[in-house]
Design a protein. Structure first.
Lengths: 502, 649, 107
C-alpha cells in the first residue's frame, strides 16, 4: 500500500514518457490523474490506519531486501507522526499541478515529470524506515525542486535555485557522514548479526548501547545541520525567501507545504531519538533560535514589499512554533507541532496559491501595485481572508488548534519561552492584516487592476477543498489528534527511557 | 431544552451561511428574512432556556457535544451551559440583537453590501452566543475571537475607505494584545488546575488560595484581566473603540456598546470565584474608575455624534469594572444589562439622526432637530436620561448600586472618582442633546458643496426641509429600547444572580457579602442629584447661556483642557510614537542589517568568497591535459600505498 | 611444476607496472588505452591466481575471484568500446590523438 503511494507518481512519469509525443493537454491530464490516484490511495491509507496502535503500524509496514551485504533494506512504514504528512504531500501535488494548468507554458512534460518525481521523493522521505532509503529519498527530492526553481522560476531564479541547492546539500552531506558513523556503531553492537540501517533496530541498539555524550553532540549537530536548514531555523533561513519568491506557484506550494516539514520531521524521527542527551543539551539553544525565528520572521514580514517574500518569512515564524513545540519534549508540544505542520501546509499552501493566481493575472508580486482588490475579485477576497485567519490562528479554523497545543506544551516546559513565543501570535495578526489591507481593501488605486478577473472555476476547484479542510480541521481536530497522540506518547515513552539512561 | 442549546448559536450561524453564500443571488426580502429569522429564533429559544433556569428548581442546563480539542489529559469540550448569569446575557444579546437586526433592515436598505452586512451580523450573534454559553474558557475564547473577527469585518465594512480598514485592523490588533494576556492566562490555568471548566476553576481557586499558591492565582487573574481590558476597552487598551465607530451605526450599537465590549465584564463575573481568590480586584477597580473618568473627560469635547457615545461607552464600561473590582459582580452585570438597553438606544437614535441627515455625523452641523425628528428626539432623550442616571431610569439604579457598593467596600477615593464621573456623564450627554436637538439647524448654513462620507460616496448636506423621520422599521426598535431604558432599572438583576448563587451553592456570581442597605437611600439622593446637577449645567452652558463655554475656553487652563480633551489626551499619538513607529523602524533595520547584511553578505557571501578563493588557488592544478592527471593519480596511489604499508608495518 | 601464488602475484605486479609506465609516458591516446588494458589483465591474472590458491583453502569460496575475472573482462570490453569511440570523436575534432594537446578541461 505504502509502496504504491510512493511509486505511483513514478509510474505516472513512465506513462508520461510513453505519450511524450502527445498533446500538452494529455500530459497535464495524465499527470493530474496520476497524482489524484495517489491521493486516493493516500486517503485509503487513512482507513487502514489504526488509531490505537502506538508507534509504527505493523500492518502497513513493508520490507524487502535491497543491498544485503551493507545491511540496507527497503523498509517503509507509517506512524501517527508521518501519516498526515504523507496525505498532505499527496494532497498538495494534484493541487500544484492544477495551479500550473495555465501558468506554466514551457517544457510542460518536463515540468510534470519534475513535480511527480518530487512527490515520490517527499512521500518516500516520510515513509522510509531505513536510514539509507531515507537519505536516498531526501536527495532525490532535492533535484526536481532545484529544477523547478531554476527552470520555471521567475526573474532571479538561477541565484535562488543555486542558493537553495547549496544550503541543502551542505546540510545533507554532514548528515550522510553522521549516518555512516552511526552505522559503524550499530554494526559493532550487533556484531554477530549482520549490520543494518533499519530504524527500529537502530532505536533498540541505541537504547541498549547509547553513544557517548561527545559523540552524540557531534552527530546531533550533523543531523541538525541538515534539518535546521530545511525547517528553516534562524539563522539558516535566508535561502527560503529567495527560493519562495522565485519559484513558480507549484514550487512554492510544495516547498512551503511539504518540504519545510521534512526538517521538523527529521528532528522528530531521527535527530532527537538517536541522540537524546545531545538534544536535551541543545534544546535551550534550539528553542532560543526558534523564538528568535518566530519574532524575527514576523518583524521581517512587516517590512516586505513582495507578497511571496512576506509569506515566506511568515513560514519562518510558523515553523519556529513547530520547533518550539517539538523541543518542549511533552505530549502537547509535540502533538501540537505535528498538527501545526499539517495546518501550516494547508494554509500557507493556500496563500501561495492565491498569490500565484494574482501573479498570473497581473505579473507582479509587489503589494503596492494592488489595493482594493476585494471590490473586483470578491471570491478571491473571501478565500484570502479565510486563509489569513487560519494562518493567524483564529479559533474554529485549523491554525488555532496547533498553535494552542504548541504554546500550552511550551508553557508547561518553560514559561518564559512560551511568553516570548506568544508575542509572535500578536505580530502574526499585524503583518497578515496589513497584507490584507494593502492588497484587498481601500480604494482601487492602480488603473492597471481595472480588468482584474475573479478566481475561475479551476482555481476555486482546488481552493475550496483547502478552505473546507481549514474549517473541518478547526472544528473536528480530535479526529486528527487522536491519530497523532498515540504515536507521540510512544515516542515520549522511548524518549523518557533513553534520555534518563544516564 | 438540554439538546436544543446548541441551536441557539447555530441558528444565527445558519443565517450567516445562507446570506454569506447565497445572499447576492437572493432577493432583498429573502435576505431580510434569513437575517432576522436566526436571531429571533435564538431569542425565543433563549427565553425558553431562561425560563427553565429561572423558574422551577433553578438548575443550570448543560449540553456537551464531544471534544473540540483533545491531547492527552487536555480536553476542551463543546460544552454549553445556561445558568442564571449566562441566561441573563442570552436574553440581552438575543433581545437587543434582534431589535438591532430589525433596525438595520431600514438603516442599511440602500447599501449594496446588504447581504454581506447581515451575514457578518449573524456571524457575530453566533460567536457572541458561543461566548456566553461556553462552559469552559477555551470555548469562550472561540467566541471571544469570533466576535473580534466580526468586529474587524464590520468596522471595515465600507472597506473602500482606507481609514475604515485601518480602524478595523487597529481594533483587531489591539484586541490581540489583550488576547496575548488572555491565552497566557489560559495556559497558566491548565498548568495550575488541569482543567478549563469554569465551575471547576471557581471552586478550585477557592481551594487553592488556602494552599497559599496565591502568586500563581494572582498571575492568572492579572493575565485574564489584560484580556478583558482589550475586549472591554479599558486603560490602556481602550484606543480601538472610538475608532471602531467607522463601522455602520447598528454595528456600533450592537457590538461596540451593547454586547461584545461587555464580554470582559462577563468573563470577570463568570470567573468571579477565581478573581476574588486571586487578589487582583483592587487593580480592576482602579483601572475601571480611571477609565470611567478618562472616557468622560474626553467625551466632553468631542464633536462627532458617535465619538461622544463611544467615549461614553468606554466610561460606562469603566463603571462596570469598578463594580466588579469592588466585588459586586452582580451589580456590574446589572449595569451591563441597563447599559445595553440605553446605549443601544442612544446609538440607534444617533443612527436615525445620521440616516435622516444623509450621513452627517458632525454635531456642529446639527441642531434644532427636535422639531424635525420628534420621535427620534424623544427616544434619544430617554436614553440620555438613563445614561445620566436620572432618578428612576435604568441607569440610575445600576450606576448607583455600583457607587453604593464602592463606598460600602470602603473605597472612598474610587467612590469620589465615580461620583465626579457621574456628573460629567450627565453633562456631556446633555451637551450632546442640546447640540443635536435644540437651538437652530446649522447644517444648511454650511455651504452644501458636499463631501465624501465614510462610504466614499459623494453626499449633499440635507436641506432643513428634506429632513424626515426614519421609517418605522427603525423607529419601532427604538421605542422598545426606550421603554426598556425607562423601566429596566426595576429588574432586580443583582438579586436574581445573588439568589442563584445562594441556591445552587455554586461559586458563581455574587460572592460579595451583602450588608444591610442603610446607606442606600442616601446613595440614591446623592446619585440623583449628581445627574440633575450635570444636566442643569449642560443646559446652562449650551442652551441658556451660550457664551459661557467660549468664556471658559478663553482662560488658559480652560484652553489647555479643551485641547487635551479634544485630542483625546494624545494617547493615540503617544502609542504611535512610542510603540508603532519604533517597532517598524527596528524591523526595517533588522531586515537590512541582519538578514541582508549579516547573514546573506557576511555569512553566506563570506562562505562563498572563501570557496571561490580556494577554488582559484586550486584551479592551477587543473591543466586539462590527461598526462598531468595520470601522473597525479599514480603519485596519489603510490603515496597512499606507502602510507598504508607503513602504517601496517 | 606448479606455479606458486607469490610468483603469479609478482608477475602480475610487473605487468601492472608496465601498464602504468605506458600510461604515464606515452602521449598517443591509443597506446594509453592499450596500456590500460594491460593493467586490467594484470589484475585478472592475480585474481585467477587467488582463485587457484583458494582451491586448497576450504574456508574460502574459490568461485568469487573467478567470477570477478569474468566481470572485469566484461567491463574491460565495455570500457574499450566507450574509450575507442571517445577517441574517435576526439580525433575527428582535433585531428590528433596526442593526449598532451587536448586541454579543453583546463580550469
Amino acid at each position: 500500500m505504502i509502496s504504491i503511494i510512493t511509486f505511483l507518481p513514478v509510474a505516472t512519469v513512465l506513462a508520461l514518457l510513453l505519450v511524450s509525443r502527445g498533446s500538452e493537454r494529455a500530459v497535464r491530464f495524465i499527470a493530474l490523474f496520476g497524482s489524484l490516484a495517489t491521493l486516493g490511495f493516500a486517503l485509503a491509507l487513512l482507513f487502514s490506519f489504526s488509531p490505537e496502535t502506538r508507534g509504527f503500524q505493523p500492518q502497513l509496514t513493508e520490507q524487502w531486501r535491497w543491498i544485503q551485504s551493507l545491511g540496507v533494506s527497503y523498509k517503509v512504514g507509517l506512524d501517527g507522526i508521518s501519516l498526515f504528512l504523507v496525505v498532505l504531500a499527496a494532497l498538495l501535488t494534484p493541487i500544484a499541478i492544477l495551479s500550473s494548468w495555465t501558468s506554466v507554458q514551457k517544457r510542460i512534460l518536463e515540468f510534470h515529470i519534475a513535480i511527480l518525481l518530487l512527490e515520490t521523493g517527499m512521500i518516500g522521505v516520510f515513509v522510509a524506515m531505513d536510514l539509507v532509503l531515507f537519505y536516498v529519498f531526501w536527495e532525490v527530492m532535492l533535484i526536481p525542486m532545484y529544477l523547478l526553481i531554476g527552470i520555471w522560476g521567475s526573474g532571479n531564479r538561477i541565484y535562488a535555485a543555486v542558493k537553495f541547492f547549496l544550503y541543502t546539500v551542505a546540510g545533507s552531506l554532514l548528515m550522510f557522514l553522521a549516518i555512516l558513523y552511526l552505522h559503524g556503531h550499530v554494526a559493532r553492537h550487533l556484531a554477530p548479526l549482520p549490520a543494518t540501517f533499519d530504524l527500529e533496530v537502530i532505536y533498540t541498539v541505541l537504547k541498549a548501547h547509547p553513544l557517548g555524550s561527545g559523540e552524540q553532540l557531534a552527530l546531533f549537530l550533523a543531523f541538525a545541520a541538515s534539518f535546521a536548514v530545511k525547517v528553516p531555523l534562524f539563522p539558516f533561513h535566508t535561502w527560503l525567501p529567495d527560493a519562495h519568491t522565485e519559484a513558480p506557484t507549484a514550487g512554492s506550494v510544495i516547498l512551503a507545504g511539504v518540504l519545510l516539514k521534512m526538517g521538523t520531521y527529521g528532528f522528530l524521527r531521527f535527530a532527537i531519538p538517536f541522540f537524546p542527551l545531545a538534544s536535551l543539551e541543545a534544546a535551550p539553544w534550539i528553542c532560543a533560535l526558534a523564538i528568535v525565528g518566530i519574532i524575527f520572521g514576523a518583524c521581517m514580514c512587516l517590512v516586505q514589499e513582495d507578497m511571496k517574500r512576506l509569506v515566506a518569512y511568515s513560514s519562518v515564524s510558523h515553523l519556529g512554533f513547530v520547533m518550539l513545540g517539538i523541543f518542549a519534549f511533552n505530549l502537547r508540544g509535540i502533538s501540537g507541532g505535528v498538527v501545526q505542520m499539517i495546518n501550516h501546509g494547508i494554509s500557507t499552501g493556500a496563500l501561495f496559491l492565491l498569490i500565484g493566481a494574482m501573479y498570473e493575472r497581473r505579473h507582479t508580486r509587489m503589494i503596492v501595485e494592488y489595493g482594493g482588490v476585494a471590490a473586483l475579485a470578491p471570491r478571491f477576497a473571501v478565500i484570502f481572508f479565510i486563509t489569513t485567519f487560519s494562518s493567524i490562528g483564529l479559533p474554529f479554523l485549523n491554525g488555532f488548534v496547533g498553535e494552542f497545543l504548541i504554546l500550552q506544551g511550551a508553557f508547561e516546559a518553560n514559561r518564559t519561552q512560551a511568553v516570548l513565543a506568544t508575542s509572535g501570535v500578536v505580530l502574526g495578526a499585524v503583518y497578515m492584516l496589513v497584507l490584507c489591507r494593502r492588497l484587498l481593501l481601500g480604494p482601487m488605486s492602480n488603473p492597471e487592476n481595472d480588468h482584474l478577473t475573479d478566481l475561475n472555476r479551476r482555481e476555486l476547484g482546488f481552493l475550496i477543498p483547502l478552505v473546507l479542510l481549514m474549517v473541518a480541521l478547526g472544528i473536528f481536530s480530535p479526529w486528527l489528534t487522536d491519530r497523532v497522540t498515540p504515536s507521540v506518547e510512544h515516542w515520549l515513552d522511548r524518549w523518557a527511557q533513553v534520555s534518563s539512561s544516564r | 431544552m438540554e439538546s436544543a442549546l446548541i441551536l441557539i448559536p447555530i441558528l444565527p450561524f445558519l443565517g450567516f451561511l445562507i446570506n454569506g453564500l447565497l445572499g447576492h443571488k437572493m432577493p432583498r426580502r429573502a435576505v431580510s428574512f434569513f437575517a432576522c429569522a436566526g436571531p429571533a429564533a435564538a431569542a425565543i429559544l433563549s427565553l425558553l432556556a431562561f425560563q427553565q433556569v429561572a423558574g422551577g428548581e433553578g438548575k443550570a442546563i448543560v449540553q456537551s457535544l464531544g471534544d473540540w480539542i483533545r491531547a492527552g489529559s487536555l480536553h476542551v469540550p463543546f460544552g454549553l451551559k445556561v445558568d442564571h448569569l449566562s441566561g441573563v446575557m442570552l436574553l440581552v444579546i438575543t433581545g437587543v440583537g434582534t431589535l438591532i437586526h430589525v433596525y438595520s433592515l431600514g438603516y442599511m436598505r440602500d447599501d449594496p453590501g446588504y447581504p454581506r452586512f447581515f451575514a457578518y451580523l449573524n456571524l457575530f450573534m453566533a460567536a457572541m452566543l458561543v461566548l456566553v454559553l461556553a462552559n469552559n474558557i477555551v470555548l469562550l475564547f472561540l467566541g471571544w475571537e469570533g466576535v473580534g473577527l466580526c468586529s474587524y469585518l464590520l468596522i471595515g465594512f465600507w472597506y473602500k475607505d482606507l481609514s475604515n480598514a485601518r480602524a478595523g485592523m487597529k481594533a483587531f490588533v489591539v484586541n490581540r494584545v489583550g488576547d496575548f494576556g488572555f491565552v497566557l492566562g489560559v495556559f497558566l490555568i491548565f498548568v495550575t488546575f488541569g482543567t478549563f471548566e469554569f465551575d471547576a476553576l471557581n471552586a478550585g481557586a477557592a481551594a487553592k488560595v488556602t494552599v497559599s499558591d496565591s502568586s500563581t492565582l494572582w498571575w492568572i487573574g492579572i493575565l485574564l484581566f489584560v484580556g478583558a481590558t482589550g475586549k472591554s476597552a479599558q486603560i490602556p487598551l481602550y484606543v480601538w473603540l472610538p475608532d471602531a465607530m467607522a463601522g455602520p451605526t447598528p454595528v456600533s450599537a450592537l457590538i461596540h456598546a451593547a454586547t461584545m465590549v461587555t464580554s470582559g465584564i462577563y468573563l470577570l463575573a463568570r470567573l468571579s470565584g477565581l478573581f476574588v481568590a486571586s487578589g487582583v480586584l483592587p487593580i480592576v477597580a482602579t483601572i475601571g474608575a480611571l477609565t470611567a473618568l478618562l472616557g468622560a473627560l474626553i467625551a466632553l469635547t468631542q464633536t462627532d455624534i458617535k465619538k461622544v457615545l463611544a467615549y461614553s461607552t468606554v466610561s460606562q464600561l469603566g463603571y462596570m469594572f469598578l463594580g466588579a473590582g469592588v466585588g459586586a459582580f452582580g451589580v456590574a452585570v446589572f449595569h451591563l444589562v441597563t447599559h445595553a438597553f440605553f446605549k443601544a438606544l442612544l446609538f440607534l437614535a444617533a443612527g436615525a439622526v445620521i440616516h435622516s441627515l444623509h450621513h452627517e455625523q458632525d454635531m456642529r452641523k446639527m441642531g434644532g432637530l427636535l422639531r424635525k425628528l420628534p420621535i427620534t428626539a424623544t427616544v434619544f432623550l430617554v436614553g440620555a436620561l438613563a445614561l445620566s442616571g436620572f432618578p428612576l431610569t435604568a441607569g440610575f439604579f445600576s450606576k448607583d448600586e455600583i457607587l453604593h457598593e464602592t463606598l460600602h467596600g470602603g473605597h472612598a477615593l474610587l467612590y469620589a472618582v465615580g461620583f465626579v464621573t457621574a456628573i460629567l456623564t450627565a453633562f456631556y450627554t446633555f451637551r450632546q442633546f442640546c447640540m443635536v436637538f435644540l437651538g437652530e439647524y446649522r447644517g444648511s448654513a454650511h455651504e452644501g458643496h458636499g463631501h465624501h462620507d465614510t462610504r466614499g460616496a459623494l453626499v449633499h448636506h440635507a436641506d432643513s426641509s428634506e429632513i424626515r423621520e426614519s421609517p418605522w422599521v427603525m423607529l419601532g426598535p427604538l421605542v422598545i429600547l426606550g421603554l426598556l431604558s425607562l423601566g429596566g432599572g426595576f429588574l432586580d438583576v443583582p438579586g436574581f444572580l445573588l439568589g442563584a448563587a445562594h441556591e445552587t451553592q455554586a461559586a458563581g456570581v455574587g460572592t460579595e457579602a451583602h450588608g444591610p442597605d442603610t446607606g442606600k437611600l442616601t446613595g440614591w439622593i446623592l446619585g440623583g442629584s449628581a445627574a440633575i446637577v450635570g444636566i442643569l449645567a449642560a443646559f446652562t452652558a449650551f442652551q441658556w447661556s451660550p457664551g459661557l463655554v467660549t468664556r471658559l475656553q478663553g482662560t488658559t487652563p480652560g484652553k489647555i483642557f479643551a485641547r487635551l480633551s479634544y485630542n483625546k489626551f494624545y494617547v493615540d499619538e503617544a502609542y504611535d510614537l512610542l510603540l508603532v513607529r519604533p517597532f517598524s523602524a527596528v524591523s526595517l533595520i533588522l531586515f537590512y542589517l541582519i538578514d541582508r547584511a549579516l547573514i546573506d553578505c557576511v555569512l553566506v557571501g563570506g562562505t562563498g568568497f572563501f570557496v571561490r578563493l580556494t577554488g582559484s588557488a586550486l584551479r592551477r592544478i587543473q591543466t586539462g591535459r590527461i598526462p598531468t592527471y595520470t601522473v597525479l593519480l599514480v603519485a596519489g596511489v603510490v603515496g597512499l600505498l606507502t602510507i598504508f604499508l607503513w602504517a601496517a608495518g | 611444476m606448479t606455479l606458486s601464488l607469490s610468483f603469479c602475484l609478482h608477475l602480475s605486479a610487473a605487468i601492472f607496472s608496465i601498464g602504468v609506465y605506458g600510461v604515464l609516458t606515452r602521449s598517443n591516446l591509443i597506446v594509453i588505452l592499450m596500456s590500460l588494458e594491460i593493467m586490467l589483465n594484470a589484475v585478472n591474472l592475480s585474481l585467477v591466481a587467488f582463485g587457484r590458491a583458494f582451491l586448497t583453502d576450504l574456508t574460502r569460496d574459490p568461485s568469487g575471484p573467478q567470477v570477478f575475472v569474468i566481470m572485469v573482462l566484461a567491463v574491460a570490453a565495455a570500457e574499450a568500446a566507450v574509450g575507442l569511440s571517445i577517441l574517435l570523436a576526439v580525433y575527428r575534432k582535433w585531428r590528433t590523438t596526442n593526449a598532451g594537446e587536448i586541454d579543453l578541461l583546463k580550469g
